[in-house]
Design a protein around this ligand. Structure first.
Ligand SMILES: [Zn+2]
Length: 445
């Protein structure tokens, strides 16, 4: 009964104008959230068990009686994976009538994952996005130009919906070349630009040469960015670059940064977040359960992203708790002679080395005797190769004592391989760490 009343209030609050929503949610008592989450979790679980062929079968096989489950952790080692979506198909997860679908662009498989939604869900997601964007300072008088890729990607749809509640001017360019975008943009002079971070970086470099105009903020979604590259974008425009974190499976945004740029404020009203297994620093794979989806709910979905849940309040004062900056994708972490490495390690050893815009990729090989780590780096001038390699090794020695020790012990070889600019990235996402050892030679485990 109480939960129902709280939920009614919450729904009402989310349907207010964004500025009033933020004020109300900030003032809501701490005990109300767990109550809402629990009620929504149980409802979602029952819905999945009754209507989704995948979940019905899984729960039956594992002897899980959903009526007894009150908290996601009580499901033990039951999770939903991206592979489940690929193998069983989206239809096996459906619990209601779908109006639309989006697809993932992964780095792990050529088969996309399809995820279905309803118009109602799209609306709700748009409302919460509007609240987040309002908190960042977007107002009705702003002019927004978006370069989000409209091909099967969920983010432009959610953005369109969110901006409608903020009543601002909005033009969609789609993902075109930064050069072409720039030509159009000088006419509209948008003061807010949305795009993928690596794309925003190239646009900013271009604008640095050709000229900028007053900008309120830039907003990046779809991938991570190094702090170094973020600073370049911010310096060029004299405006902040904020990032969001999300997945197509989650219907876009799971969280977004605030002006502190210290982690993503998460949406605990729509998702139940867990990191079931964590390391000494509190980092573990993010697992989430959808709480308000009735077309294709996901129970304990493994995000494959390595992060930490931050429950301490943020200095910005927003009610929402946070997810730390994503460290790596768990499927991009590799155990090799160097140690347990992921993309952040290589991003770190390249800090202040290879020029902010250049792409890179680490390839792990085996030469028959030991593992070889080849760090492919796009270089304008191949003559700098030796200097770059020296600088990278210096960073490795200073920043990663364990990896350096293994290097000195010759447990692996480490090389910097120069590549032509623009040669590494051929899709929307670049797989940062590539393990080629299986392909090189059969290994006895
Ligand atoms: Zn904050």
């Amino acid at each position: 009964m109480l939960t129902n009343i709280i939920e009614q209030i919450e729904r009402m609050v989310l349907h207010m104008e964004p500025h009033r929503s933020v004020r109300f949610l900030n003032a809501s008592p701490a005990w109300s959230l767990p109550k809402i989450q629990r009620g929504r979790f149980r409802r979602t679980l029952r819905l999945a068990a009754e209507r989704s062929p995948f979940y019905r079968e899984q729960f039956r096989k594992r002897g899980i009686d959903v009526r007894r489950i009150e908290h996601p952790s009580e499901l033990g080692d039951f999770y939903t994976t991206g592979e489940d979506l690929r193998v069983h198909g989206a239809e096996a997860f459906l619990t209601g009538r779908a109006d639309t679908a989006f697809e993932t662009t992964g780095t792990t498989s050529p088969t996309p994952k399809r995820v279905f939604f309803s118009q109602r869900e799209l609306n709700e997601m748009g409302r919460t996005s509007a609240i987040g964007l309002y908190h960042l300072g977007i107002r009705a008088e702003d002019r927004v130009l978006s370069a989000y890729d409209c091909s099967f990607w969920v983010s432009p749809a959610v953005l369109r919906m969110g901006l409608q509640y903020l009543h601002c001017f909005h033009v969609e360019a789609g993902k075109i070349s930064p050069e072409e975008f720039y030509e159009h943009a000088v006419v509209y002079k948008p003061n807010v630009i949305f795009g993928e971070p690596s794309w925003l970086l190239r646009l900013s470099e271009l604008a640095n040469d050709r000229g900028t105009w007053p900008m309120k903020l830039l907003f990046g979604g779809g991938e991570n960015i190094t702090e170094e590259a973020r600073q370049v974008v911010e310096r060029v425009w004299g405006a902040p670059l904020y990032l969001s974190y999300g997945q197509t499976e989650s219907f876009g945004t799971l969280g977004a940064e605030c002006e502190r740029q210290d982690g993503y404020h998460r949406n605990d009203l729509f998702f139940f977040f867990e990191t079931p297994e964590t390391d000494a620093d509190g980092y573990g794979e993010l697992v989430y359960t959808t709480l308000v989806r009735d077309v294709m709910p996901l129970i304990r979905y493994r995000s494959t992203d390595l992060t930490r849940l931050i429950d301490e309040p943020c200095e910005c004062g927003l009610f929402a708790k946070r997810i730390a900056k994503i460290r790596a994708r768990t499927d991009e972490m590799v155990v090799c002679g160097m140690g347990n490495v992921g993309p952040w390690v290589f991003a770190e050893v390249l800090r202040n080395v290879n020029g902010h815009g250049a792409d890179w990729q680490a390839v792990i090989k085996h030469d028959g005797r030991r593992d070889v780590v080849e760090l492919c780096v796009e270089l304008e001038n191949f003559g700098h190769h030796a200097a770059v390699e020296r600088a990278v090794l210096d960073n490795l020695r200073e920043g990663f004592a364990d990896f350096w020790k293994n290097y000195e012990m010759k447990l692996y070889e480490f090389r910097v391989v120069p590549c032509e600019p623009g040669s590494l990235r051929n899709g929307r996402k670049l797989k940062r760490v590539l393990d080629q050892r299986e392909m090189d030679s059969p290994r006895v485990v």
